[in-house]
Each structure stands twice: as C-alpha cells, then as structure tokens.
Design a protein around this ligand. Structure first.
Ligand SMILES: [Zn+2]
Length: 64
C-alpha cells in the first residue's frame, strides 16, 4: 500500500474516520494484527492527532 505523507499537520481520528472504516494496526514487536473500529475511540479521542493516538494503543497479544 502506498502511503504518501500528507502536507500539513497530521490527521486526527475524526478525519481518518471519514476516510476509512477502521484502524489497521500491527504490533511492532510481535506482529499481532488487529483492525479496530473507530467508533470505540471516536467519542474520547476524536480530536486527537493520529500519531498521538497510536502511542496509546496497546497490543492485546504481547502488551507492547
Ligand atoms: Zn504485540
């Protein structure tokens, strides 16, 4: 998948939710992969920048 970095500030969850149905997340340590629905996080983190949000995510397999 090609992902050009967009100009300007990083996107918020609210922005991404309009573009995609879920977050395709892969653990950097164990490669555990999960697709998260935005609706779970939207209420609390809708205005958070996506890079900041990814720091909050925790792997359910290895806890990383
Ligand atoms: Zn993991």
């Amino acid at each position: 998948m090609v992902r050009p970095s967009p100009p300007g500030p990083p996107p918020t969850l609210r922005y991404l939710a309009e573009k995609a149905v879920g977050i395709d997340a892969e653990c950097r340590d164990c490669r555990h992969r999960v697709v998260l629905g935005f609706e779970k996080f939207f209420g609390r983190y809708g205005d958070m920048l996506f890079p900041d949000f990814t720091q909050l995510m925790k792997c359910s397999a290895c806890g990383s």
